[in-house]
Design a binder for this molecule. Structure first.
Ligand SMILES: [Zn+2]
Length: 369
């Protein structure tokens, strides 16, 4: 019997789709307290909760392990099995959150239990589990606002990377462009000002020229015009139009630079609102923590080479700046393309392997100053 798999299955069976993280946090808190950790559950909005656990509360942490407790929704009518059932078949665990990212959470908890159970001195390590990551990292922001985040030198986020060392991810900038024009009869367009035209100009420019800036490892900044609407009827000059854009940032390209660039194309009749702003996260190959993780992967007989940075964003966009930009590595069980998928699953051997990797990492920190 595999304890990391069992805990992952128990977590799958708790519905944490944008609510209900408290039950999952309480289950984990009981286990970590029994293992000797100091645990704080930060409960809010009824049954939502973050969890912060530390082995040594007063010191700066050598490492923060991090993940989220919530999942995206699942439409059970489209699934082969109950998304909350935790079905096991063909060496895989099925259910919403198996890859993103309850298997990673379970592997971290079991690794901490094993590390703490194998005798002192223990690593100074924190486990930070958040609510509401999938809907804009509300839990992580709350931990920062409430001053509940311990200081740390390194951050490992257990999002699904198939247990590959992943040195960061692109950022995201979601913009809402609102244009105002002046209505006139459709037969006399010269008497009005179209609100659609400046937004159309931006949409075409983004499509044909993209946005400036790239990164040697992460590649280029991308932009997708996701929605576009404007006008009320065919025989009227449109006096309002709205467009939303999903920009994916790379290190070295700031949200301000993108807003300025788009604003210059759009002109003064367009207001740019920021819906979501998540900076990119990147750790260089020569970073001491990244090297340490690579050594652990080699010791665990898994691939120690860094994978390409992830395309999805994580709590690290919020946590890393608040922590003073520690070294950040993503490493967790599950395949990235399983995240948010129908019939989401995770290979059982990856859950086991992740727990072993985390345990080796923690044991290697033992007795550090
Ligand atoms: Zn996730």
């Amino acid at each position: 019997v595999n304890p990391a798999f069992e805990l992952a299955r128990d977590l799958i069976r708790i519905d944490t789709c944008g609510h209900g993280e408290l039950s999952a946090a309480q289950l984990i808190a009981r286990r970590l307290e029994a293992a000797g950790m100091q645990v704080r559950i930060d409960r809010f909005a009824g049954n939502r909760a973050n969890l912060v656990a530390t082995t040594r509360a007063d010191s700066e942490q050598q490492l923060m392990l991090s993940g989220h407790l919530d999942t995206v929704p699942a439409d059970g009518t489209m699934w082969s099995d109950d998304p909350l059932g935790g079905t096991c078949r063909g060496g895989r665990l099925y259910g919403r959150g198996t890859s993103d990212m309850k298997s990673g959470v379970a592997a971290m908890v079991v690794a901490l239990e094993r590390h703490l159970g194998s005798g002192p001195p223990h690593a100074a390590v924190a486990l930070v589990l958040t609510a509401g990551e999938e809907t804009g990292c509300a839990g992580a922001r709350r931990l920062i606002d409430c001053g509940l985040l311990p200081a740390t030198r390194a951050l490992l986020v257990a999002e699904p990377t198939a247990n590959r060392l992943t040195p960061g991810h692109k950022g995201a900038l979601w913009l809402r462009l609102v244009a105002r024009g002046r209505a006139a009869h459709g037969s006399t367009p010269h008497l009005g000002v179209s609100a659609i035209t400046p937004l159309a100009r931006v949409a075409v420019a983004l499509h044909e020229h993209g946005l400036p800036g790239d990164h040697p490892v992460m590649g280029c900044v991308t932009a997708n015009v996701g929605t576009f609407s404007g006008g009320t009827c065919t025989n009227q000059v449109p006096d309002s139009a709205v467009m939303t854009v999903d920009v994916r940032l790379v290190p070295g390209v700031t949200a301000d630079q993108v807003r300025d660039h788009i604003g210059a194309i759009a002109g003064e009749t367009v207001t740019i609102e920021t819906v979501l702003e998540m900076p990119a996260v990147y750790t260089t190959p020569g970073d001491p923590f990244a090297i340490r993780v690579a050594e652990v992967l080699a010791a665990a007989n898994t691939n120690p080479n860094a994978a390409a940075p992830a395309l999805y964003f994580t709590d690290a966009s919020v946590l890393a700046p608040a922590l003073g930009d520690p070294s950040v590595v993503l490493l967790g069980p599950g395949e990235p393309d399983q995240a948010h998928a129908t019939d989401e699953s995770c290979a059982l051997e990856q859950i086991d392997e992740a727990a072993a990797i985390y345990e080796l990492l923690l044991d290697g920190l033992r007795g550090w100053a």
